[in-house]
Design a protein. Structure first.
Length: 578
């Protein structure tokens, strides 16, 4: 537990976790037990619902206790797995620094400066332990770091030993071989672990798809016929099952799968998401949504006349969908454009560096080499960046370091750490002779290209499974749920007509639907909304871990599509069956 707390950076002691766990359980019991008893006394529900409430009252505190007590270990394990994709990046930063200056402390400092999360903290801890005299030298602290992380990732340990061996090489060729070996070990290890994860996804995703998506859909589809056969489930039971238990279990299992996904290269940091530009649209969407919701409830829904019983729940669904979708889209639209531009720059960067290094190695000044590279790669993001740098170098006559990272530097607050860190190494490289600088920059371009290739291969391995689940969320589930809602509405009308005759037709009261059709359609619609959000959250997290901008955009665009299909299939299905 102590190791897990230290690794996760929670800043707590094991005794604190125990106190929080027991305190949380007592608090949960103090809230849920009286609330459940009060509901039983006041609402006087049937026996089954009363039993559910009593079970929840006694199980909830135990769940809270187990969750809090196990959280540090789960958080540490999740961070370890997410750090797997950052390890080749950290080794790449060390190799960059070692190429310029074969110094281990400089390599560790550079990697720590450009890495975040537990890996960045641990790298900074290497230098701190040397300063605090916990270790007598940087080599000793570095080897201790390699041993600690090597307990659960032997590939990273071997790559770090190769970096350490590079410092002791006497020749430039030996240094190059050791650094190439370190990068090859790190990249191969990361790719092998991701391939292992991708191959192990078949079982968990099948369970998630079957129990979290197909089973609730089948249950919802059977409810109309089951109610005709005398199976009575009240609205509370159906809502609890469809809107709380199934979505909650699906989300928990989806999160557990996402927690085992090895991380990939660090996403660009978009700090300014231009939320103010969409404020008016968001406010208008929430006002429109509130109006829809008000129209869905009596007495305002009386103005709907004879529009049909299925229109009120549809207004309720759209009253929730419109503001959520508009908010997700308008708050991420500008950030998504910026993110797309940065990713395009990162994809073009290795080729541009290769050309830049080749021209510097030929003896061209850096501003001329950048201008020539920008001309060759015209109409690209990297050409625009290099053109700006070349222009600033010619106009200001300042050094490359000042132009890039000075008080008004072009890359001072650049969102891409890869671009900033690489150009930092370019700055250090050009201080040496042109041939050495050219070879160093070309070598860095090869490393970046290898990292991009591994990241691309990882995404391709996950694409087919994620596309299937996304199509289910946006197309298959809305159609099935819409037809189910239409069937229930039709059967409700039929049974009401039959019950007019009552005993004359030999019918019992059991044929009467136990849930009003608007309530049933609302329950199914809410289940569909939750399912879409959970599946899009899961597939977006699988494609790009930690990319909240893309995840919000996907939810904002998928939700109205799914609800439109649900609305159309319900209304058209009801018309055809009627």
């Amino acid at each position: 537990m102590r190791k897990a707390l230290l690794f996760s950076g929670l800043g707590l002691e094991p005794a604190d976790i125990a106190a929080l766990a027991y305190g949380g359980a007592v608090l949960a019991a103090a809230i849920i037990v009286p609330l459940s008893l009060l509901m039983i006394v006041l609402l006087k529900p049937d026996v089954m619902l009363s039993l559910y409430l009593l079970i929840a009252a006694f199980v909830a505190p135990l769940v809270v206790l187990i969750y809090i007590a196990g959280y540090p270990k789960r958080a540490a394990e999740r961070l370890r797995v997410q750090s797997l994709g950052r390890m080749p990046e950290a080794v790449n930063y060390m190799a960059m620094a070692m190429r310029v200056t074969p110094s281990l402390d400089r390599a560790v400092g550079f990697a720590a400066e450009n890495s975040d999360g537990p890996l960045g903290r641990s790298l900074r801890g290497i230098l701190w332990e040397v300063y605090m005299r916990k270790h007598s030298s940087i080599e000793e602290a570095f080897l201790a770091f390699a041993h600690d992380w090597g307990e659960w990732n032997d590939d990273f340990k071997r790559a770090l030993h190769a970096v350490r061996a590079a410092e002791m090489e006497k020749s430039r060729e030996g240094l190059q071989r050791s650094l190439d070996k370190a990068m090859d070990i790190a990249l191969t290890g990361a790719k092998r672990r991701m391939e292992k994860f991708a191959s192990s996804l078949s079982g968990p995703t099948t369970v998630l798809f079957s129990l979290g998506i197909l089973l609730p859909m089948m249950l919802g589809a059977l409810l109309p016929m089951a109610s005709m056969g005398g199976l009575s489930m009240g609205p509370w039971e159906v809502a609890l099952l469809m809107n709380i238990i199934f979505p909650g279990a699906t989300l928990a299992y989806a999160q557990s799968i996402l927690g085992r996904r090895p991380g990939t290269a660090q996403a660009p940091s978009i700090k300014h998401q231009h939320r103010s530009s969409g404020t008016s649209a968001t406010v208008a969407a929430f006002v429109c949504g509130a109006l829809f919701i008000l129209l869905a409830f009596p007495p305002l829904n009386s103005i709907l006349g004879t529009a049909g019983p299925s229109l009120a729940p549809m207004l309720l669904m759209w009253g929730i969908t419109v503001p959520v979708s508009v908010h997700c889209i308008v708050t991420t639209r500008a950030a998504r454009r910026e993110l797309f531009s940065i990713r395009k720059l990162e994809d073009e960067f290795p080729d541009a560096l290769f050309q830049l290094g080749s021209r510097i190695g030929e003896g061209l000044p850096v501003e001329a080499a950048m201008a020539r590279t920008a001309e060759t790669m015209r109409r690209t993001e990297v050409a625009s960046l290099f053109r700006r740098i070349s222009f600033a170098l010619r106009i200001t006559r300042a050094s490359l370091d000042e132009v890039l990272f000075g008080p008004k530097g072009i890359l001072l607050h650049h969102p891409s750490r890869t671009v900033s860190a690489t150009m930092n190494m370019v700055v250090e490289s050009v201080k040496k002779d042109p041939v050495t600088a050219g070879h160093t920059i070309v070598g860095i371009s090869h490393y970046l290209k290898d990292l991009k290739k591994v990241d691309h291969d990882i995404r391709m391995q996950l694409a087919s499974i994620m596309d299937t689940m996304r199509a289910t969320a946006m197309l298959f589930a809305p159609l099935v749920m819409g037809i189910t809602a239409a069937l229930y509405i039709t059967l409700t009308g039929v049974t009401e007509g039959l019950n007019i005759g009552g005993a004359a037709f030999g019918l019992s009261a059991a044929v009467k639907q136990s849930i009003p059709s608007p309530v049933f359609v609302s329950i199914i619609g809410i289940y569909l909304m939750l399912t879409v959000i959970i599946l899009i959250h899961f597939t977006s997290g699988m494609r790009q871990a930690g990319d909240t901008v893309e995840r919000k955009w996907d939810i904002g665009t998928a939700l109205p599509v799914a609800m439109a299909l649900f609305t159309l299939s319900t209304l058209l299905g009801g018309t055809m069956m009627g």
